[in-house]
Design a protein around this ligand. Structure first.
Ligand SMILES: Nc1ncnc2c1ncn2[C@@H]1O[C@H](COP(=O)(O)OP(=O)(O)OP(=O)(O)O)[C@@H](O)[C@H]1O
Ligand SMILES: [Mg+2]
Length: 500
C-alpha cells in the first residue's frame, strides 16, 4: 500500500521535528496505524499526519462525538461506519431518534426498521434472557422513562403481573426457554391487573387502576407498537450489516426511550453470549445519536456496553449537541472523544474539566469549521504527551444528498395500512431540483427551499414542506402540481392544504 511508504517518509521527517519542538500532537506512531487494520479519519492540523483510528492501544473502542448542530457529527458517524464495515466487516446498529440516518441507510443498502410505522417489537421477548431477568429489565426501563418508582405499590403490582404473565404462558421464571416459544405481551400483563381489579378484593383499587393506566399507554390499540409480536428478530441485528432503527415514527420521547432501552438490553444479552474469536477490529458498533435520556441515565445499558464492550469487540458511539447530556460514566470512559465545533463556554468548560486540555486547544475548539475536530484518546499505557490534538476537516465518504418528505402527519390509520398509499418520498438533491423545476418554481426559490430543508436535516413532513413553499410565495397551483408529480393522491393533497 502507498500509505506504508508515506509512513516511512513521515517517520523520518517527524523524528526530526519531534526533537526540535514541543509537540502539540501525539507522536505519529500513536495516530498512524496499519491502514489495513484501522480507519482513516483525516489528517492532523499541525504536521499533516494521516490519522487512522484503531482501539488496539486505547482503553476501549467507544467514541463520543459532540458539537453544535451542523458541525458534522452525523457525517463523522456515517464515514466511520462505512470504513469500519469495509475494513473490519463491522455490523452497525443506529438507534435513530430523529430518523436522520434513514435515507442514507436505505441508499447504502442497509435495513431500515421503522417503529411506529409498521414495525413492532414485543418488549417481553426474551432473546436468550430468563423471564425473571427480562421482567426486571422492563421495570428498569419503566423507572427510567416514568415516575413509577415513586409509587412502590404500582411498581410492585406491575412487576408481579409481568412475572405472572410469563408463568401463565408456560414459562419457567428462572430458565431460558427455547427461542421458538412465543412470549406473552404487555396486553396480557394489563389484562391480569384488570382481572384483579374486577375481583374487587384488592385493598388499594386506585393503585391498581393507575398501574393499569400506565401499562395501557403501551398496549392500547393503535399505540401497541411494543405489545405485539416482534416484526424482526432483534437478536439478529448484530449480524445484519447496517441497520437503522428509526424511532421517529413513535408518538413521543417516552416511546422512543423505551424502544431504545429495549434494544440496548437485547444487545447486551447478545454481547455477553459472544465467545471470543480471533477477528480484528470491531464486530458491532452501536450508535446513539441525540438519545439523551438513554445516554444520560446510569441505569441504561448504554453504560453496560461501555463497561464491558471491549472484550466482546462491541463499540458504542454516542453523539450529542450537548456533552452534559452524556452520562459522566460514558463521557469520561470512552477511549476516544471527537469534539467538533462548540459554542457554549459552559460546554467547553465541561469537556475541558474531563479531558484536561490546554488553553491553546480550547481556543482552537471554539474556532473549528464544519468537520474539523479536536480528538482526544485514552491510551492503555501512560503517555508523556498531551493527548488532545486538532485534525483538519474529516475526510468523508461522498455524502448522499437525499431529502425525505414524509406523509406520516397526513395519512389516516386506514391509509397507513394500505400498501398502495405512499408514506414517504426520498429524493436525491438533483431529482428534487428537477421536480421543482418541472413545477415551475424559480431557481432562486429552489435554492432557498433546499436550504430550508438542509436546516431541518433534510427530513420534513408534508405540512412543513408546504409551509416552506408557501412562505416563499410559491403559487398554490405549482405546489399542487409538484405533489401530483410526486404521486401523492389528491385526497391527501387536499387534506394537507386544509390545515393551512
Ligand atoms: N467533514 C465534512 N466534510 C464535508 N461536509 C461535511 C463534513 N461534516 C459535515 N458536513 C456537512 O455539513 C452538514 C451538517 O453535517 P451533519 O449533518 O453531520 O451535522 P450534525 O452535527 O449531525 O448536526 P445535527 O446536530 O443537526 O444533527 C451536512 O450537509 C454535511 O454533509
Ligand atoms: Mg446529526
Amino acid at each position: 500500500m502507498g500509505l506504508v511508504r508515506i509512513q516511512k517518509v513521515m517517520s523520518d521527517e517527524l523524528a526530526k521535528r519531534v526533537f526540535l519542538s514541543r509537540l502539540p500532537e501525539p507522536p505519529y506512531e500513536y495516530i498512524f496505524n496499519d491502514p489495513a487494520d484501522s480507519i482513516f479519519i483525516g489528517t492532523t492540523k499541525r504536521f499533516n499526519v494521516p490519522f487512522t483510528w484503531t482501539f488496539n492501544a486505547l482503553t476501549n473502542p467507544h467514541i463520543s462525538v459532540v458539537g453544535i448542530t451542523g458541525s458534522g457529527k452525523s457525517f463523522f458517524v456515517k464515514t466511520f461506519l462505512v470504513r469500519s464495515s469495509y475494513i473490519w466487516g463491522t455490523n452497525a446498529l443506529i438507534i435513530d431518534w430523529a430518523g436522520e440516518y434513514k435515507a442514507w441507510v436505505k441508499q447504502s443498502g442497509g435495513v431500515v426498521v421503522s417503529l411506529g410505522k409498521g414495525d413492532t417489537i414485543n418488549m417481553m421477548d426474551l432473546g436468550g434472557a430468563r423471564p425473571i431477568d427480562r421482567a426486571k429489565q422492563i421495570m428498569t426501563s419503566l423507572d427510567i422513562i416514568s415516575d413509577i418508582s415513586d409509587f412502590p405499590e404500582q411498581r410492585r403490582l406491575t412487576a408481579e403481573a409481568l412475572e405472572q404473565a410469563y408463568v401463565n404462558a408456560g414459562f419457567i421464571l428462572t430458565s431460558v426457554p427455547p427461542p421458538s416459544k412465543d412470549a406473552p405481551t404487555l396486553k396480557d400483563v394489563a389484562r391480569l391487573l384488570e382481572e384483579k381489579l374486577q375481583e374487587g378484593t384488592y385493598e388499594y383499587p386506585a393503585e391498581l387502576e393507575n398501574a393499569i393506566y400506565r401499562l395501557r399507554q403501551y398496549s392500547r390499540e393503535g399505540q401497541d407498537y411494543f405489545a405485539k409480536k416482534s416484526s424482526i428478530d432483534f437478536g439478529k441485528v448484530i449480524n445484519s450489516g447496517l441497520v437503522d432503527l428509526d424511532l421517529s415514527g413513535l408518538p413521543d420521547e417516552k416511546f422512543r426511550a423505551l424502544a431504545a432501552l429495549f434494544i440496548l438490553q437485547t444487545l447486551k444479552e447478545k454481547m455477553r453470549a459472544q465467545t471470543w474469536s480471533a477477528t480484528k477490529g470491531i464486530k458491532v458498533m452501536v450508535v446513539l445519536d441525540e438519545a439523551w435520556k438513554v445516554a444520560s441515565d446510569e441505569r441504561s445499558d448504554a453504560i453496560t456496553i461501555v463497561r464491558e464492550g471491549r472484550k466482546y469487540q462491541f463499540g458504542l458511539i454516542v453523539a450529542s449537541q450537548n456533552p452534559t447530556d452524556i452520562n459522566e460514566a460514558i463521557f469520561s470512559n470512552v477511549g476516544t472523544n471527537i469534539i467538533l465545533r462548540i459554542k457554549f463556554q459552559k460546554f467547553i468548560d465541561y469537556i475541558q474539566g474531563s479531558l484536561n486540555f490546554s488553553i491553546f486547544i480550547r481556543n482552537e475548539i471554539s474556532r473549528l469549521g464544519v468537520g474539523e475536530a479536536a480528538v482526544d484518546m485514552s491510551f492503555q499505557t501512560s503517555v508523556q504527551f498531551p493527548s488532545t490534538f486538532i485534525i483538519n476537516r474529516i475526510v468523508g465518504e461522498v455524502p448522499l444528498d437525499s431529502y425525505t418528505i414524509t406523509l406520516a402527519d397526513m395519512v389516516t390509520d386506514a391509509e397507513l395500512r394500505d400498501q398502495s398509499v405512499p408514506k414517504e418520498f426520498i429524493f436525491e438533491r438533483l431529482l428534487l431540483n428537477s421536480k421543482l423545476v418541472e413545477s415551475n418554481v424559480s431557481t432562486d426559490l429552489i435554492e432557498s427551499i433546499i436550504m430550508a430543508l438542509d436546516k431541518r436535516n433534510r427530513i420534513v413532513d408534508l405540512k412543513e414542506f408546504i409551509s416552506i413553499m408557501l412562505e416563499r410565495n410559491v403559487a398554490r397551483e405549482h405546489i399542487v402540481s409538484l405533489m401530483r408529480n410526486m404521486g401523492i393522491p389528491d385526497t391527501i393533497i387536499g387534506r394537507a392544504f386544509a390545515y393551512k
